[in-house]
Design a protein around this ligand. Structure first.
Ligand SMILES: *[C@@H]1O[C@H](CO)[C@@H](O)[C@H](O)[C@H]1NC(C)=O
Ligand SMILES: *[C@@H]1O[C@H](CO)[C@@H](O)[C@H](O)[C@H]1NC(C)=O
Ligand SMILES: *[C@@H]1O[C@H](CO)[C@@H](O)[C@H](O)[C@H]1NC(C)=O
Ligand SMILES: *[C@@H]1O[C@H](CO)[C@@H](O)[C@H](O)[C@H]1NC(C)=O
Ligand SMILES: *[C@@H]1O[C@H](CO)[C@@H](O)[C@H](O)[C@H]1NC(C)=O
Ligand SMILES: *[C@@H]1O[C@H](CO)[C@@H](O)[C@H](O)[C@H]1NC(C)=O
Length: 507
């Protein structure tokens, strides 16, 4: 039986069994939802008739995308008032997603075929999170079971031995293909963590101050374009490539124990202008765009200024700026506003986030811990209110330990796989992202919604002509809120403690 036929049969049986969250508690402040070969929770968004709005709600108390229908009110009932202004528009959204790391594929591989399909439908399906972005590492990362590159033959300057690894064919490509079948809107972003060690100053995948040797600038560009072409030949065109994952890590004495390669604003600009940019444009992957940075917020906006100051021609090659969320709380969100003001034509996209990554979080995986979902919700709302056009989670699926990871850099994930029981657990982080990704389709535009200190909020109009508003109450008491829509009337809602609501209605 072909895989496609098998998948169709499996999916038909899933549709029939679409149900609510099957909750399980693991001693944390909230629950996970358990999925197995025959059972998983799925929700299809229903857009109500004119004059009504629908609320989808998840909370620390255990609700997961539960929905209710309401009528618009003539009166404003509550003290917390938020005003919509559709005339004032902001950024256009690219989407939401997660990363197809080797570890993700290794974990999914341990599940039965029908449980695998439940997991992929949970992320990419119409009644799942509708993820439309997937990040794909070029070669290995720490979330691999060995360090490797796509050409580990020393001094292979002709790239004769370049080839995709067994990790590509066993752990990434099959799931990317299936995900793309499930959601045709899916676009892939790629990044390389390190060049092959023989191209580097420190002859290592990792380590302090490891840079690309100048004599290999062109060969490394050719190496990356070969990756793009090989994936394209697999039917997996790559939408965007970044200049490299976290180039600043090599300057941190304590944090470079996994795949990494350093760039400065000057060296990366020189390489893109002379090598990567022209090579890409002259290749069959010439539609792939280049993203700058792929690193923490603290690099903005000075890194972009420094790149432009070094060589203005960089402007032609860079389409967007990729940022990561680590250490966000130490650096103000206004850095994104300043970046947008200085570079209004470069979109900002958040390409990596996870919880459990700091050394003081001793328990890497915390099944059902609402606080970690809350951190995602707060970050997504803040980012979207400050010009960010997309939000991409790190590993799509990890094991109960938060791995595998060859460098023992274990972290948490929105879905945790239990290979012994053929189950997976959808964490609060999964629902945190779904409250945005299911509703805010690509091409949605953020519109103005006034803020109030008691509630987090953000609003969009979608290409389907719906209004989508996301509210989060992080307080320990319920908050009653009125949203005033100048065309439709008033939305009076009660947002319980530690509750996220997505409100949707026709324009
Ligand atoms: C799958 O989950 C459902 C719902 O929780 C449960 O009734 C069923 O027994 C589970 N199947 C297996 C094989 O564990
Ligand atoms: C690479 O660096 C790591 C430390 O980050 C070290 O343990 C290892 O021995 C190095 N390998 C080589 C080939 O130098
Ligand atoms: C463009 O690619 C062609 C064939 O791949 C090659 O012959 C040519 O030298 C390239 N031009 C530049 C400017 O890199
Ligand atoms: C991109 O490459 C295709 C062939 O693969 C070519 O037809 C097209 O003109 C190229 N576009 C640009 C902007 O160079
Ligand atoms: C959305 O509304 C605009 C303007 O009223 C209209 O042109 C467009 O066709 C509508 N789109 C959909 C998907 O209904
Ligand atoms: C909030 O609204 C609910 C009804 O939706 C009401 O029962 C409750 O008393 C209100 N709370 C406050 C503090 O106004």
């Amino acid at each position: 039986m072909s895989m496609t036929v098998l998948f169709i049969i499996l999916y038909t049986s899933i549709l029939v069994s679409a149900e609510n969250c099957s909750p399980r508690r693991f001693g944390e402040d909230s629950n996970v939802c358990v999925c197995n070969a025959t059972y998983c929770d799925f929700v299809t968004v229903q857009i109500p008739q004119d004059g009504q709005f629908r609320v989808y709600e998840s909370s620390i108390s255990g609700q997961r995308l539960e929905t209710k229908l309401y009528d618009f009110d003539k009166i404003i009932k509550n003290n917390i008032k938020l005003y919509l202004n559709f005339e004032k528009k902001y950024q256009t959204i690219h989407g939401f997603g997660g990363a197809f790391t080797d570890s993700t594929g290794i974990n999914i591989n341990t599940l039965s075929d029908s449980t695998k399909e439940q997991l992929l439908q949970s992320y990419f399906g119409e009644s799942g999170s509708k993820y439309n972005l997937g990040r794909v590492p070029i070669g290995g990362t720490d979330f691999s079971i060995r360090p490797y590159s796509l050409d580990d033959t020393p001094d292979d300057v002709s790239l004769r031995d370049f080839s995709l690894a067994k990790e590509d064919t066993d752990y990434k490509i099959p799931y990317m293909k299936r995900a793309l079948k499930i959601n045709k809107e899916l676009k892939f972003l790629s990044a390389s963590w390190s060049a092959p060690p023989w191209m580097k100053t420190n002859h290592n995948y990792t380590g302090f101050l490891g840079f690309l040797k100048k004599e290999y600038y062109q060969i490394y560009a050719d190496y990356l374009v070969k990756f793009l072409e090989d994936y394209k030949n697999q039917g997996l065109p790559i939408w965007a490539i970044s200049t490299g994952n976290e180039p600043a890590d090599v300057f941190a004495l304590n944090s470079v124990h996994f795949n990494d390669m350093g760039w400065t604003p000057a060296t990366v600009t020189k390489w893109v202008v002379n090598n990567l940019g022209p090579t890409l444009l002259n290749s069959t992957s010439n539609e792939t765009i280049i993203l700058a940075l792929d690193d923490q917020r603290f690099d903005l906006p000075w890194y972009l200024h420094a790149m432009h100051n070094y060589d203005n021609r960089i402007d032609k090659y860079i389409s967007g700026i990729a940022v990561h969320w680590y250490m966000d709380k130490y650096f103000p969100i206004e850095l994104y506003d300043r970046t947008h003001t200085a570079f209004p034509n470069k979109f900002i996209i958040m390409t990596e986030a996870c919880t459990g990554s700091t050394f003081w979080e001793l328990k890497k995986v915390r099944l059902g811990f609402w606080k970690r979902g809350e951190r995602y919700i707060m970050s997504i709302i803040d980012d979207l209110n400050h010009w960010v056009t997309g939000w991409v989670d790190w590993n799509l699926a990890l094991d109960k330990k938060g791995g595998p990871n060859w460098a023992k850099n274990y972290v948490d994930s929105a879905i945790i796989v239990n290979s012994e029981t053929d189950e997976f657990y959808k964490q609060p982080m999964y629902y945190a992202i779904a409250h945005f990704s299911k509703f805010i389709s690509r091409g949605s535009v953020r519109v103005d919604l006034t803020h109030h200190r008691s509630i987090k909020s953000v609003a969009f109009i979608t290409p389907e002509n719906t209004t989508v508003i996301v509210l989060y109450n992080k307080n320990d008491k319920p908050k009653n809120v009125t949203i005033v829509d100048p065309n439709k009337g008033n939305i009076n809602v009660m947002v319980s403690k530690k509750t996220i609501q997505t409100i949707i209605y026709r324009q």
